[in-house]
Write a protein that binds this ligand. Structure first.
Ligand SMILES: [Ca+2]
Length: 221
């Protein structure tokens, strides 16, 4: 009798707390949903990659994806302020909803830049490029031990907006110096949101503009 009561209570309680958790690991060849600031060369990559961290010549290597085969490369060029890569978008949220997100950023410089942070801002549920104010984030950086996890939990309070854009933020050093280019990689983002919301990740096969291809070729020639 007691067991039946417990089961019934769980069945009643579940709808009120129904959450969904989705993972995206860039395996579909996607890149980003959008960006802000001096973010360039958003490309889907696989295998070891070589990059620069504010240096004239490539000076460090990412060994490959932390999950699966593919992952995301972006770069800050030239260094200025704090570029943002829009990694996920949660739409149709209500005030008070809880959203959790985490992703892996590659970082080989303990205690100094380049580093990743996870942050968020509000938008409407129609256009991911709308900006309706900062939602805050986690002030911790990637640890600098290789693939490091950054995570944050938001209590949604979007005001006029009903969507949350989850950002990967890039922190480069020095803030201005030739060649003003730092490479970044991330992978394996997991988002948990209420079941009534919709979690959106980058689409497969988003065309890369020819100007971007030219700059990629220039980077690796
Ligand atoms: Ca992956």
């Amino acid at each position: 009798m007691k067991k039946l009561f417990v089961i019934a209570l769980v069945l009643i309680a579940v709808p009120a707390f129904a959450q969904q958790t989705l993972n995206y690991s860039w395996e579909n060849g996607g890149t980003i949903l959008g960006s802000y600031g001096n973010l360039v060369d958003a490309i889907n990559v696989s295998g070891a990659q070589t990059g620069s961290q504010g240096s004239a010549t490539p000076d460090y290597t990412c060994p490959g994806a932390v999950d699966g085969e593919k992952y995301l490369h972006v770069a800050e060029d030239p260094h200025a302020s704090t570029p943002q890569a829009f990694l996920a978008w949660v739409i149709n949220l209500n005030d008070g909803d809880q959203v959790d997100a985490m992703f892996y950023g590659y970082d080989m410089t303990p205690g100094s830049s380049p580093s990743w942070r996870i942050w968020g801002h509000y938008s409407d549920s129609v256009d991911v490029t709308t900006y309706l104010g900062s939602a805050g984030g986690n002030s911790e950086y990637t640890a600098g031990t290789g693939w490091d996890l950054v995570s944050h939990t938001w209590a949604f309070a979007g005001g006029n907006g009903n969507a949350l854009v989850i950002e990967g933020r890039l922190y480069s050093t020095p803030s201005t110096s030739d060649p003003d280019h730092t490479d970044y990689w991330c992978d394996d983002i997991t988002v948990t949101a209420p079941a009534h919301a919709t979690i959106i990740f980058p689409d497969a096969g988003v065309p890369v503009e020819s100007t971007t291809w030219a700059s990629i070729k220039a980077l690796y020639r």
